[in-house]
Design a protein around this ligand. Structure first.
Ligand code: PRT
Ligand code: ZN
Length: 286
């Protein structure tokens, strides 16, 4: 039987979350201790290749790996031909233009004629040309944020998540240009058997993603307000209503989106709901 080769980051920001995703999908792979480059899952036809993230798009494009988990920023920068099959919701960041705190910033035009340091020259080239800006791109392999201080550049174009790195280097994020997150990619020429494994894997990933954004809610409701309380709870089909020893009350169970819950909590209480419990869901098959 075929096995699907999936490349993930060996060690870095996406490693633990990638392994965690497989674990939750019932695919156990050994943790990526520094010497391991390859691991086989015992319970699912998947083999894992541990690589530097920069090499993942190329490996998938060449067919060395069938699939990969990598940041969209890396795919865009390398420009490799791969298919994005699923956004994974972690590793979220943005690529931003940042300038020294004391710069007299006047808007995107400010970058005309300036020198911008980055490790993402291809993305920056595209961003500049889309905005009709002519600037010098200074390619550097790391620690971009120190370039303005040491006089190597006027500004930088780099990944930002919390922004604290910029802040501690006296830089201000001025323009958020591109948004990126970790995605699952695949080679465009896989055989039917491998496509079938991907389908099964994606089924599991969808169940995990759905579970993550939903909560199971249990509450006690006075019977007289049951209809109103049910109308506040969308649920997957309709809520379960379980009788309680006290005939005036029932227990209502449903599924709510996490963000919706905060919107309806006051209304639920106003209708007399008590003992509200909100618990995480592990898997959710829609
Ligand atoms: O060794 P390898 O080449 O595999 O790893 P790497 O060092 O190239 O990548 P790594 O592990 O740093 O990041 C992997 C991926 O995580 C990136 O390609 C992005 O898709 C994503 N990601 C998410 C980030 C960040 N958030 C992030 N904050 N990648 C880098 N950063 C950097 C940022 O540039 C800044 O210097 O982290 C620093 C801290 O950011 P702040 O804004 O929180 O201070
Ligand atoms: Zn890298």
């Amino acid at each position: 039987m075929e096995r699907l080769k999936i490349a993930i980051q060996k060690s870095g920001r996406l490693s633990d979350k990638s392994i965690d995703l497989f674990e939750k999908a019932g695919i156990s792979i050994s943790s990526n201790s520094s010497r391991i480059l390859f691991a086989s899952a015992a319970d699912f036809p998947v083999d894992i290749l541990y690589l530097r993230d920069d090499d993942i798009p190329q490996c998938v494009a060449d067919g060395v790996a069938d699939c990969g988990i990598v940041g969209e920023n890396v795919i865009w920068e390398t420009g490799k031909q791969v298919e994005t099959i699923e956004k994974l919701g972690f590793g979220k960041c943005r690529l931003s233009l940042a300038v020294p705190r004391d710069a007299q910033y006047t808007g995107l035009n400010w970058f005309n004629g300036k020198k911008i340091a980055t490790t993402y020259p291809n993305i920056l080239k595209k961003v500049l040309s889309e905005n009709a800006i002519k600037a010098d791109i200074h390619v550097i392999s790391g620690s971009v944020e120190i370039c303005p201080v040491i006089g190597l550049a006027d500004a930088i174009f780099d990944i930002v998540s919390t922004g604290s790195t910029l802040l501690s280097n006296g830089l201000v994020e001025k323009e958020q240009m591109v948004f990126s997150e970790a995605v699952m990619i695949k080679n465009g020429n896989l055989n039917a058997e491998k496509e079938e494994i991907i389908k099964k894997l994606l089924f599991r990933i969808h169940a995990i993603k759905a579970a993550k954004s939903n909560k199971y809610i249990l509450l006690n409701a006075p019977k007289k307000n049951l209809d109103k309380i049910i109308s506040l709870l969308p649920g997957m089909k309709s809520p379960s209503v379980v009788p309680l020893a006290d005939g005036e009350w029932v227990s209502v169970h449903s599924v709510v989106k996490e963000n919706q819950f905060w919107e309806i909590i006051d209304q639920l209480q106003a209708e007399g709901a008590q003992g509200i419990l909100v618990v995480p869901i592990e898997k959710m098959i829609l």
